[in-house]
Design a protein around this ligand. Structure first.
Ligand SMILES: N[C@@H]1[C@@H](O)[C@H](O)[C@@H](COP(=O)(O)O)O[C@@H]1O
Length: 338
């Protein structure tokens, strides 16, 4: 787990935007091997999208070969609704960059068969080769996507009833009128997020500091679903100072020192080489779900998770500078000739 602490939300957002750009560039995506990016909504990622758009407009990054999957969407409001996540993504990101509309995926909260929609979404992620980097935010109760407290850590994309706290928190987008806030949503599951090759989370503000504490300093717990990231091999949480208010001073000092030391050693951005350099040798990664998948009426039962939740044994190691081998010599050779 990496915890990156920045002074304020703007510098936390800039750090993440730069990180994503680095990842996409080093992956060197092509039409056949696109970079697959998981995306969130909410107020926290707005600053990240802003920087991504600026860097795109400055010609520093292209989304031509990027495929996106959003985390969640409300059920029952039209996709044109000003607060739908479709509208959010169009407004803050998709309409400003060169991502192909056909490469963007957002759950359809108005699908005639919501369970089938969820099954198809998981199938589409799989067909795209899995998610390379899942960007996320959290709710004040520590939920990731809409995986509310008590969600199974083995959960997959599904229909979810929203917690009352989340309905209240989101009412600010609906004229502060909780009767207007949708009560149900479609969301990727905790397991869907954990299967991404890398997970990056933004957390800002004092109102999320208790959630950060629960997720970083305490154990894995379904009541704080972000804590499941402790089981992921490559999670990174980027926060502002306010979000650290409930952390122990020694926790903050520890993660700051780790960042400083690793930066001084040039290890800051290092991931196992395959994760970092991307394309896997799979042809036709983007496939439309088959007719058979589309007809499946119910959510597939979760697979056993012990083997996937626990990180697989490392087969790839960080690329580090190599300490020169010791060259044995004879003691006599050290004595200057006379
Ligand atoms: N489903 C979304 C989450 O994905 C998001 O992380 C959360 C926080 O939003 P904000 O960043 O506005 O606090 O809002 C909703 O609950």
């Amino acid at each position: 787990m990496r915890l990156i602490i920045r002074e304020d939300p703007t510098s936390a957002s800039t750090y993440i935007a730069n990180y994503i750009i680095d990842r996409i560039k080093s992956f060197n995506p092509t039409n056949k091997h696109p970079f697959v990016l998981g995306l969130p909504t909410g107020s926290s990622p707005v600053g990240i999208y802003k920087v991504l758009v600026e860097r795109y407009k400055a010609g520093e990054i292209s989304f031509e070969n990027v495929v996106t999957f959003n985390m969640d969407e409300y059920i029952g409001i039209p996709r044109e609704h000003p607060e739908s996540y479709h509208t959010f993504m169009y407004k803050h990101f998709f309409s400003h960059v060169n991502v192909h509309p056909s490469n963007t995926h957002i759950l359809n909260g108005n699908a005639p068969n919501l369970e089938a929609e969820c099954v198809q979404y998981e199938a589409a992620i799989k067909a795209a080769g899995g998610i390379d980097l899942f960007l996320g935010g959290i709710g004040p109760d520590g939920h990731i996507a809409f995986n509310e407290p008590g969600s199974s850590l083995a959960s997959r994309t599904r229909v979810k009833t929203l917690a009352y706290d989340t309905i209240i928190a989101n009412s600010r987008f609906f004229d502060n009128d909780i009767s207007k806030v949708p009560k149900m949503a479609l969301t990727v599951g905790v397991q869907t997020v954990l299967e991404a090759r890398e997970v990056v989370i933004i957390i800002t503000g004092a109102h999320k500091s208790l959630a950060l504490k629960k997720c970083i300093e305490e154990g894995v717990n379904h009541m704080w679903t972000l804590s499941s990231l402790q089981l992921h091999p490559h999670p990174m949480i980027v926060v502002d100072e306010d979000a650290t208010l409930e952390l122990q001073v020694k926790t903050v000092k520890y993660f700051k020192s780790i960042e400083a030391v690793s930066a001084s050693q040039g290890f800051e951005q290092i991931l196992p080489s395959k994760v970092r350099t991307g394309p896997r040798p799979i042809d036709n990664r983007i496939m439309i779900p088959t007719e058979e998948v589309k007809k499946q009426p119910t959510i597939q039962s979760p697979q056993p998770v012990t083997s996937t939740l626990l990180a697989a044994p490392a087969t790839e190691y960080p690329v580090r500078s190599i300490t020169p081998d010791l060259i044995p010599d004879r003691m006599g050779s050290r004595i200057a000739a006379y």
